[in-house]
Write a protein that binds this ligand. Structure first.
Ligand code: SF4
Ligand code: SF4
Length: 357
């Protein structure tokens, strides 16, 4: 496993890290094995959030005495400094720790939201106070904001790391990654497999298997590892077997650095990028409070699968079995507001219904 500096923080983190968004789907026992296998394999950066179901509790439970062997990072959305205090105390309890190596200002998705968190009495003030007390060691920011706002976040110099969505299919923040690197910020990549899509075992993505990469997921991660500006890529790991697969990319910088694979793979991925731009749902489920009770991401996923693989009959059949279909949408627009990928799910659901019904 290769270790890279997480910007000015001075922490040396594994280039492949553990994202806690998938472990709510598995039992405590499976989560325990996944977390501990990751540590055995050299992963030392663990990232989670209070919004990922019971992820914080499971990570705390699984780390046990090995807490000191890893860097632990969690986050919270916009709130006041006072509310932050209450939240972090609960988080520390769930994570069974008395300090956090990194604390992320989470989901800061516009210039206005950025201004809110840095205003007096805001989230950043609360996090800085926690830093003075030794509860938080370093502060970062995670964002899906428009490029100009992201540049302002970088230029502010207020954060030691920035977490951006970046992968072979989605490279909208490529320039901001460069800028953040020049500012000596740690660069944490979220969505390295585009919500799992790049880990698909289907033949369409077999072009990813170059050099030592023998699976699509490893090929996609190898591409990220090939960029030395990236400090670490967070992979949503939920089983020990999954850890064993993805960790292979953590040693592949030498395998890719003297090749033209970074450019070549990016070019190959171009034909899928348009589909992705229009409709690749990452299953983040930020849209889950749909008043019509729709599992928006399941419908979005079918729509994407159909566009990439052209499997209309299979998708129609799956859609017919869904208990709630897109025609129940009341057009309240909430999913459009909440979608960090700006996918306009409301409109896409309409299209999907027309195609599949
Ligand atoms: S616009 Fe439709 S799909 Fe989106 S949250 Fe509202 S009811 Fe649900
Ligand atoms: S539609 Fe958007 S908000 Fe909903 S799960 Fe997909 S990416 Fe997330």
């Amino acid at each position: 496993m290769e270790y890279r500096l997480l910007g000015k923080s001075g922490l040396k983190v594994s280039v492949i890290s553990f994202g806690g968004m998938r472990i709510p789907n598995v039992s405590d026992e499976v989560a325990y094995k996944a977390v501990n296998r990751c540590i055995d394999l050299g992963i030392n950066f663990f990232e989670t959030a209070p919004g990922y179901g019971d992820s914080e509790r499971k990570i705390g439970l699984s780390l046990g005495k090995r807490r000191k062997d890893v860097f632990l990072s969690t986050k919270t959305t916009i709130c006041s400094a006072d509310d932050f205090r209450k939240k972090i105390e609960e988080q520390l309890k769930r994570l069974q720790t008395d300090y956090l190596d990194f604390y992320q200002m989470w989901y800061v998705n516009s210039q206005e939201e950025f201004e809110k968190i840095i205003a007096p009495g805001g989230l950043l003030e609360g996090a800085k106070q926690a830093m003075k007390e030794g509860i938080v060691k370093h502060i970062g920011i995670t964002t899906h904001a428009p490029n100009a706002a992201v540049r302002n976040m970088i230029a502010s110099g207020l954060f030691e790391s920035i977490t951006l969505y970046h992968n072979l299919f989605k490279q909208e923040y490529a320039e901001e990654i460069k800028l953040a690197h020049e500012k000596n910020m740690g660069i944490v990549v979220m969505g390295p497999l585009n919500g799992g899509m790049l880990g698909d075992k289907g033949e369409k993505f077999n072009f990813l298997q170059r050099g030592k990469a023998k699976s699509n997921a490893v090929g996609a991660l190898r591409w990220l590892v090939g960029n030395p500006e990236i400090s670490t890529a967070i992979v949503g790991i939920d089983t020990a077997e999954h850890a064993e697969e993805v960790v292979l990319a953590g040693d592949m910088y030498d395998d890719i650095k003297n090749t033209n694979d970074v450019e070549l793979l990016s070019k190959e991925a171009e034909k899928f990028r348009n589909v992705s731009k229009d409709g690749c749902c990452t299953w983040c489920q930020y849209c889950k409070e749909c008043p019509a009770g729709l599992n928006i991401w399941e419908i979005m996923d079918l729509h994407t699968v159909m566009k990439i693989y052209g499997t209309l009959d299979t998708c129609k059949e799956k859609y017919s079995k869904m208990p709630k279909k897109a025609d129940l949408c009341t057009e309240c627009g909430k999913c459009n507001e909440r979608c960090p990928q700006h996918l306009k799910p409301m409109e896409q659901l309409k299209k999907a219904h027309q195609i599949f019904n």
